[in-house]
Write a protein that binds this ligand. Structure first.
Ligand code: HMG
Length: 426
């Protein structure tokens, strides 16, 4: 299937294309056309002190190739050029065979911090002796996940201390299947907490899921033939070499790493939000993972193989993602997102999100080391500026075009252009 020029179509035409490709049902296509989103009464039951619903733009990366399968990705973002950049990168990478992903494991970890432990040696041997019993209590606290083939599968411990305090921290690992797992873990942890206190003769400070989802790691990689980066091979080599340097720079300098990773999260957050998942959990997990070598680093790695003229990209991220639960079944737009994605299971969705993060990173780095970010970004930012300056819907295109030709693309110029345009019409 081809989506060339998808972005040049009208909104109605884009929805029609998605419908004709069976990516959305007639019902969902109608809801998109009429912009029917989260029901206000449903929203009122999802959060507290509710006053209304809050809208954000809902867009599509029309075509991304992941594990030899084509997907269209829904993205919710307010930032101009993010969807364009992801589409551009996905298209380039698809020409070289797309992304491959690997999921090493899909489990979540929770922890109970014990303090005032009288005898650490006795306490830890009691935990080991009662390992199976503790797992049984955990599973009895949430039997539905056991019925689905998951459940608590491991208990381990660690002693953590400083000059003032010494904790015995107990970690529970749970196979959460299609869920994100917060409620499952918290139920299980709270169930084993009193037993642990008794066994270890100590007090539990807290029992809670850890968002550092190191047992839900996903790796996405791609191998880009450089002729797809630029037809001018010398120029393409230069860009590929500089992208490798940019990834090294982001490993060395936390100031750069923060921005490098922000670019990755432009894509990740947009799909995580569209899929109704907890983006705070994903952000917390990935930013913690970025510090695993002792300093905050860029999350992606790019290597240019000069002999083969291949630019290889790779990213590994903890991806605590669900395909069920939370707001997923409640929000209409989220249901549409899942339909567009082909109703993926949690592992597939985690793979798509990780691949999109790498695509987004490639687009940003390619622009940064060649023409600079402003050219592409400001071209698309011009429309937001025109709107911000007060342009009417019918004026936006013309003011945005004039803004791009102007010396200073800013709010002041946009206001001036709107005034000039009005005078011209009079
Ligand atoms: P281009 O090469 O001028 O695009 O790039 P093109 O006109 O040749 O079109 C190529 C493809 O791009 C199109 O294929 C579309 O898929 C897509 P086609 O449909 O023609 O077959 N495309 C678009 N999709 C939707 N709407 C559009 C659009 N235009 C092209 N309007 C582009 C133009 C903006 C894509 C490019 O310059 C780019 O990728 N720039 C990077 C922009 C970016 O990364 N923005 C993110 C915000 S900046 C930021 O916050 C992150 C940062 O700080 C991170 C970091 O520092 O690492 C930068």
């Amino acid at each position: 299937m081809t989506f060339t020029g998808f972005y040049k179509k009208t909104r109605k035409e884009r929805i029609e294309i998605l419908k004709n490709l069976n990516l959305i049902s007639d019902e969902h296509s109608h809801e998109l056309l009429e912009n029917i989103t989260l029901d206000v009464d449903v929203a009122g039951n999802m959060t507290e002190n509710h006053i209304a619903t809050f809208a954000l733009p809902f867009g599509i990366v029309p075509q991304i190739l992941v594990n030899n399968k084509e997907y269209s990705l829904p993205m919710v973002t307010e930032e101009p050029s993010v969807v364009a950049a992801a589409s551009n990168a996905s298209k380039i990478i698809a020409k070289s065979g797309g992304f491959e992903t690997k999921i090493l494991d899909r489990k979540m970890i929770g922890q109970i911090a014990l303090y005032d432990v009288e005898n650490f040696e006795q306490a830890t041997s009691k935990i080991e002796e009662n390992n199976l019993y503790l797992l049984q209590i955990a599973n009895e606290a949430h039997p539905s996940i056991v019925k689905r083939g998951g459940g608590a599968c491991d208990i381990s411990w660690k002693i953590l201390e400083d000059d003032e305090v010494k904790f015995l921290v107990v970690y529970l690992t749970v196979d959460v299947k299609e869920a994100m797992g917060a409620n499952i873990l918290n139920n299980m942890l709270e169930a084993i907490k009193p037993y642990l206190e008794n066994l270890t003769n100590s007090y539990a400070l807290m029992a809670i899921l850890s968002n550092y989802a190191t047992k839900s790691l996903v790796t996405a990689s791609c191998k880009i033939k450089i002729q797809h980066i630029d037809k001018d091979i010398e120029k393409a080599k230069e860009i590929a070499k500089k992208i490798e340097l940019a990834s090294k720079f982001a490993k060395l300098d936390p100031y750069r790493a923060a921005t490098h990773n922000k670019g990755i999260f432009n894509g990740i957050d947009a799909l995580v939000i569209a899929s109704g998942n907890d983006w705070r959990a994903v952000e917390a997990a990935c930013h913690t993972y970025a510090t695993r070598n002792g300093t905050y680093e860029g999350l992606s790695t790019w290597i240019f193989n000069k002999n083969e003229n291949i630019l290889s990209g790779e990213i590994t991220l903890p991806m605590p993602i669900a395909s069920v639960g939370g707001s997923i079944g409640l929000n209409n737009s989220v249901k549409i997102s899942h339909e567009i994605l082909g109703n993926p299971d949690a592992k597939t969705l985690a793979s798509l999100i990780t691949a999109l993060g790498l695509a987004q990173n490639f687009a940003a780095l390619k622009a940064l080391v060649s023409v600079g970010i402003q050219q592409g970004h400001m071209k698309l930012h011009a429309k937001s500026l025109a709107l911000l300056a007060g342009a009417k819907a019918e004026e936006v295109e013309i003011i945005a075009e004039k803004l791009q030709e102007s010396k200073h693309m800013n709010l002041e110029t946009a206001k001036l252009l709107i005034k000039e345009n009005k005078e011209k019409i009079k």
